[in-house]
Design a protein around this ligand. Sequence first.
Ligand SMILES: NC(=O)C1=CN([C@@H]2O[C@H](COP(=O)(O)OP(=O)(O)OC[C@H]3O[C@@H](n4cnc5c(N)ncnc54)[C@H](OP(=O)(O)O)[C@@H]3O)[C@@H](O)[C@H]2O)C=CC1
Ligand SMILES: Cc1cn([C@H]2C[C@H](O)[C@@H](COP(=O)(O)OP(=O)(O)O[C@H]3O[C@@H](C)C(=O)[C@@H](O)[C@H]3O)O2)c(=O)[nH]c1=O
Length: 301
Amino acid sequence: MKKILITGSNGLLGQKLAKLLLPNTEVELLATSRGENKLATLYPNLAFRAMDVTNPAQVDEVVSAFKPTHIIHTAAMTNVDQCETDREGALAQNRDAVQNLVTACEKYNVHLIHVSTDFIFDGEAGPYAEEAEANPVNFYGKTKLQAEEIVKQASCKWAILRTVLVYGVAHEYGRSNIVLWVRDSLRAGKTIKVVTDQFRTPTLAEDLAMGCWLAAEKDAEGIYNISGKEMLTPYDMALLVADYFKLDTSLIEEADGSTFTQPAKRPARTGFIITKAENQLGYKPHTFTEGIRMVAEQAEA
Ligand SMILES: NC(=O)C1=CN([C@@H]2O[C@H](COP(=O)(O)OP(=O)(O)OC[C@H]3O[C@@H](n4cnc5c(N)ncnc54)[C@H](OP(=O)(O)O)[C@@H]3O)[C@@H](O)[C@H]2O)C=CC1
Ligand SMILES: Cc1cn([C@H]2C[C@H](O)[C@@H](COP(=O)(O)OP(=O)(O)O[C@H]3O[C@@H](C)C(=O)[C@@H](O)[C@H]3O)O2)c(=O)[nH]c1=O
């Protein structure tokens, strides 16, 4: 029996992990997140405890009470532009929180599965394998790299799962994602500027959740790239979304770094080589088009 504690269960990945693991009879699951449990009505039998990962006493209390065999750590400040301005908050949520979890995992002999990002790289030479040299170009990436360094020093078992541009449908969820943002903008007849000079391997949230489960199931240790397999620009993605929903592609305007800027710099060419996860974990992601179909089915349900 694996006892799995999820952090950030109210988030996109957290919600997909709850959906995936709740019916699994091999798993005793404890969902945790900041504040209220957003999944209480959706999954009435989901065990939940409030746990603010920046609160070391609360982390120790919850982990010592539940005694998980594994922690899947998804909680973070994921708004990249907000991290650029609220640096204190980003350090607390993305770096210091990980120290709290490592301390608890070392104390209670828990296997830590930490979720990280392509944004630890500078985007000069994607797609990246697991051994590539990190060099973040924004503050979010810096905090997530510092988190990785804390995990790598840990004396408990650990795995770091890196992912890219996660998309999917979440319940009571504020943030949009590339598929729904394009669909809703075009449906509203709005012109959108979409970049042609960023390269990603977009990741369906359900696939990322599966990657986390495979790592826990196999007690995997080390670094694994868990993302989609296709290298696409947001412009390519927008066209695929428009085609799927039969929407007007003339509303999609090509943009690049000279015409589209965001407060935080984005690494241009990232994306991951996922051979290691495919061979060692049996990881097998959906295609982007299959992912759009799944998002469409869930969003229109
Ligand atoms: N989304 C993406 O494109 C990518 C994400 N990642 C990584 O994947 C992981 C999951 O991302 P995703 O699911 O999209 O993130 P979300 O932003 O959807 O979810 C993060 C969750 O963490 C919670 N949280 C934030 N701070 C705390 C805290 N102090 N204590 C407890 N919970 C907290 C948030 O709670 P609240 O709802 O209250 O804000 C939110 O529910 C993150 O580690 C992220 O860095 C990596 C690459 C790409
Ligand atoms: C809003 C917008 C985005 N885009 C592009 C830029 C970007 O490549 C993509 C998504 O834009 P966003 O700013 O929403 O996403 P962004 O903050 O770049 O996403 C990042 O999130 C963090 C958590 C990660 O860890 C990274 O892997 C990455 O997924 O869409 C446009 O082309 N036009 C637009 O108007």
